[in-house]
Structure formats: structure tokens, C-alpha cells
Design a binder for this molecule. Sequence first.
Ligand code: ADP
Ligand code: MG
Length: 394
Amino acid sequence: MKEKLIQNTKDAFRFVFETEPERIFLAPGRINIIGEHVDYSDGFVLPAAIDKHICFAVRKTDDAEITFFAKDFNDTFSFNVNEKQSPVSKIWANYLLGVFNAIQEIGKEVGGLQIAFSSNIPMGSGLSSSAALECGFAFLLNEIFSLNLDKKELAVIGQKSEHTFVGVKCGIMDQFASVFGKEHQVIMLDCNSLEHQYFEANLEGYSLVLFDSCVKHTHLTSGYNDRRKDVDRGKKVLGERFPEVEKFRDFSIEMLDELKDEMGEISYKRCRYLLDEIERVQKAAEALAKGDVSSLGNLLIETHNGLSTEFEVSCDELDFMVEKTLQENGVAGARIMGGGFGGCSINLIKDKNVDLVIETIANQYKKAFDIEMKVYRVKISDGINEYNRNEIIV
Ligand code: ADP
Ligand code: MG
């Protein structure tokens, strides 16, 4: 799969620039095993990089132009590295310009490049093609021009690009996972401090399979903002009553229960979900490391129920998918993944049952909603890297 992507990207480079690429870089997408909506509440998340990538084929030039060919859009974009850049109307170019801008702002200099890139990460499905794009570009600039940026700085540059040039106020998880991913390992990340720890992902004969509902409800942004307001109200009440508690994750359920009436039912439910979810992340990391897939699966189910009933960010399509998936043989767990209101479910399915479960759920989903779901089988893989640095590229 990776080899084909690399070959296609190299071919595109040769076709557009009429010369050979010198270096190849691969930037992965990511999944999040568990830890949803907790990134803005002092929580931990448990992401991992996956075996789907954006591939960059690159050649240094003697001039001051960086030229991109986005193969998946059959589109090009160039800019001059000696000029200051601002956002443009071509959306995909902004992810890259924002990276350049962030690097320029910290006083680093880069030169001319020809770059062709293409991807097998589905765009806009919650597998973070955007982070792969930003961080892949930041990584290759760092390597080619010896900028001496460390991995954390690369992740932060990617996030900054998305905040400033794309206008999406994302957390740091996606960029962090794309940069720091390791084969067979999940990352337990504290989104605030960026402290992190790797846990072995012992899946013991189970596969990670994503079902893409192919729906994205329009209240995604308003829903997200509303949830944040509900949570902030709860946090305020908690903070006033227990000022000695510094981090949201250190409030106990008893403290929360005591303030239920004061903060109101809605804020209580949201905060309750978050405190439970923060605890689940820790348990899930331990279950994974022990190869206890059954406990891990149960935690995913609890998360789905919490997201659906307490945090209320699921939707009919995803609730249907998860409910039906859990009725199948060989399924340890399933839940909606990501911010909610559509996107993918993440499923833990016994290897030998995977084909049958996919077929069954695809049929049932088509019948119920008249939509063809998409399926992505993913493996936990390494973060951004250069491909075959020392081999002659043919
Ligand atoms: P996600 O990160 O979940 O895939 P986003 O909406 O955050 O979804 O990012 C998708 C956007 O990133 C695309 O609309 C496009 O602008 C940019 N992008 C991602 N992959 C590519 C690609 N292969 N070529 C060009 N632009 C891409
Ligand atoms: Mg994204």
C-alpha cells in the first residue's frame, strides 16, 4: 500500500517537474483509541499513528520558490520564501503556507523546493489528513534545511498553521500523533503539558477497523462550542467551591455530585462524562499493554454510551452503526471516534470475523440510511519519517 503511494507520488513528481525527486517523506494519519473531548479539560488522550500516509516527493532548487503539486487535486501552488505570506483562497495551500509562516516567525530560513504530494488518508473523515499535511511539510523543511527543530516544535508548528492560516482551533493531539507515532504503540498524551508515555498495543488477534458513516452533520461547530460552554459552566461552579483543586481531572465524582443542582443537569452530565472518560483513558492504556482486549472493548462501549447520552455528540447513523456492530460475533468494542455528529466509528474486531462484520454492517447501514459506508482497516505505525534515505530511488 505504502509502496504504491510512493510510486504514484514519484510518477507525479516526474510528470510535473520533468526531473527526479531527491527525497521521499511519509506523514501518517492517526486514530484515537479513547479520550474524546477531554483535550480541553486537562485530560489524557490515547492516539496512535496509522499505516495511511501523505507522501511527499521533494527536490531542492537553486531559486527562492517553493512549488507544490497536490496530486489528489491535480493542482499547483507556488510562493517565494523571501516574502511574507498570508492566507490565500486555495484552502489546501493554507495548511502549508501556515507552516512556512510559523517557521519564518521563529527566525528560521528555508530555500527553494519542488514538491509533489499525494495521500491515501481519506480527507475530512477524522483521520487527520490535515495534521499529516502540516507536519509532513514542517518535518521535511526541518530535515532538508537543518532547522534544528525538535519533534514537539514540529507538532506545535502544525497546530499553529491550522489555527492561524486555516482558522480551525484544533487541539494538539492530531499533530502530536502524526509526529510521535511508533509502530505497535499508543501514546498517552497530556494535551496541556505535552507529557507523554508510550504503551504497547497488544491487540491479541483483534484488528482495528474504522467504519466511515460518510455523514457530517452541520451542527458540528455549534455543537462543539455549546459543549464547551456547558463544561465551562460546570468548571466555574466546581472551581468556586473547591479552589484548592488545580486541574479539572482532579475533581472527584463526589465533588461533582455535591454541586449538581447548582450547575444544572446539563453541565453536570457533560462534566460527569469528562471525568469518567479521563479515568477510562488510563484504564484503556493498561488494558492494551496487558493484551486485555475484552476490558479495552468494554471501555470503548462505555465511551460511546457517554458520548451518546451524557455528552450528546453522537447521531442516529453512528448510534445505529455501533449498536449493530456490537451485536456481531467477535466484536470486543465499538464507539464513535472524534468530535461527533458524524465521521467514523472505531471497532475492535477479531481478525477472523472482520470480513463478515464489515459485510453485515455495510448491508444494514445501506438499508437503514441508503448510504454506502466506507471501511478503513488500520495498523498502528510509525510517525513521520523519511523513506529509504540511503537507497537510490528508482
Ligand atoms: P481531516 O484532518 O479529518 O482529514 P480536515 O478537514 O481537518 O479533515 O482536513 C482536510 C483538509 O486538509 C482538506 O480539505 C484539504 O484542504 C487538506 N488536505 C488533506 N489531504 C490533502 C491532500 N492529499 N491534498 C491536498 N490537500 C489535502
Ligand atoms: Mg484535521
